[in-house]
Design a protein around this ligand. Structure first.
Ligand code: PMP
Length: 354
């Protein structure tokens, strides 16, 4: 019998689409998507009201790229901007990795990696995290083959929160062939307080195959507008531009990003408050008996094993929506007012595990 179905790529049909952290009822705290709890700066709101919606955006986002370039002391051509850093990540993977090629990354890590690799028709090579939720960079370097085109390192790692140290990252860069594109995903960079953690922008000069990814979604609180970026060698950014969907970075997003860069000190004050709150929460959790490997993003990871769905329920009873991710729950550091409930729920969960 003739099939009436369109023939789709089989590797695409087997992908489970990206699932978002649950939205919350109005009286609950939504701590499931690592969002910033603060409202936009008044200057951002004012800039948005001046956006011209009936016109297409400036296609190359030259204004934002110029400001990002100035921030890092590089040329605007070394900056690529996309509709969220996840869009730039997709561009870079498909620019470097063809069907049959391999993309290497740690697992667990950001949920989008396997989807983006499968979309490029490439093969994911997942290297398990260490038992304390850290990247095993020596094992990752050992997993490089002559098919490896891209290696992704996520620091701080979503969902475990651990940061890679500068020393271990440099050892990794030295071990990986310079023909492999290394993507250092630093979506949560601004929340990092560990002085030994890697800071990608300091290493770009030294490693020409390194590209660093950052976003306006987390520290800058613009998740809903969708704007993120990559910095690295100009020819790599040109390749990302070549595969980008045209005009996908909207004018409101470009304006909001520029105003945010102009007002960066105010935003970084908020980041410092969230990082301090994170450390307070970690101290509270540690006192309850949780063992949490020093989180460096705006979230904490609780290993709940077989009790994961019970843990989700316990948090929900305390008015908190968290994100279950195989074997644990990830809890965003959000509103101050959520902390007491967060700790109460965590205490209940720890007693389930005893
Ligand atoms: N990288 C990591 C590690 C993330 O956790 C996220 C968001 N959850 C992203 C990239 C993508 O962020 P965005 O597309 O909003 O910039």
């Amino acid at each position: 019998m003739t099939s009436h179905r369109v023939r789709l790529r089989p590797e695409i049909e087997s992908i489970v689409p990206y699932r978002q952290g649950r939205t919350a009822a109005e009286d609950a705290f939504k701590l499931s998507s690592n969002e910033n709890p603060y409202p936009p700066l008044p200057a951002v709101t004012a800039a948005l009201s001046q956006s011209s919606i009936n016109r297409y955006p400036e296609a190359s986002a030259a204004g934002v790229r110029g400001m990002i370039g100035a921030k890092f002391g590089i040329s605007p051509e070394q900056v690529q901007v996309g509709a969220g850093s996840v869009a730039v990540l997709a561009q870079l993977i498909s620019a470097a990795s063809a069907p049959g090629d391999e993309v290497l990354y740690a697992w667990r890590s950001f949920e989008a990696y396997p989807l983006l690799v499968a979309t490029a028709g490439s093969t994911s090579v997942q290297v398990p995290l260490t038992s304390d939720g850290r990247h095993d960079l020596d094992a990752m370097a050992a997993a490089v083959t002559d098919r490896t085109r891209v290696a992704i390192v996520c620091s701080p790692n979503n969902p475990t929160g651990t940061a890679v140290t500068r020393d271990e990252f440099e050892r990794f860069m030295a071990a990986v062939p310079s023909t492999v594109l290394v993507l250092l995903d630093e979506a949560y960079a601004e929340f990092v307080t560990d002085p030994d953690a890697v800071r990608g922008e300091e290493l770009l000069d030294r490693y020409p195959n390194l590209v660093v990814l950052r976003t306006f979604s987390k520290a800058y609180g613009l998740a809903g507008l969708r704007i993120g970026y990559a910095i690295g060698a100009e020819y790599i950014m040109d390749a990302a531009r070549a595969v980008a969907i045209p005009l996908s970075v909207t004018e409101p997003a470009q304006r909001a990003a520029m105003v945010s860069l102009e007002n960066e000190p105010d935003l970084l004050d908020r980041v410092a408050r969230l990082a301090a709150l994170r450390d307070e929460v970690v101290a509270g959790l540690t006192a309850q008996g949780w063992s949490i490997p020093a989180p460096q993003g705006n979230f904490v990871w609780l290993e709940t094993g077989e009790h994961t769905m019970d843990a989700v329920g316990a948090f929900e009873r305390h008015g908190i929506i968290v994100r279950p991710l195989g074997g644990g729950v990830r809890v965003t550091i959000g509103e101050d007012e959520a902390v007491a409930n967060l700790l109460k729920a965590a205490e209940e969960v720890v007693s389930m595990q005893r």
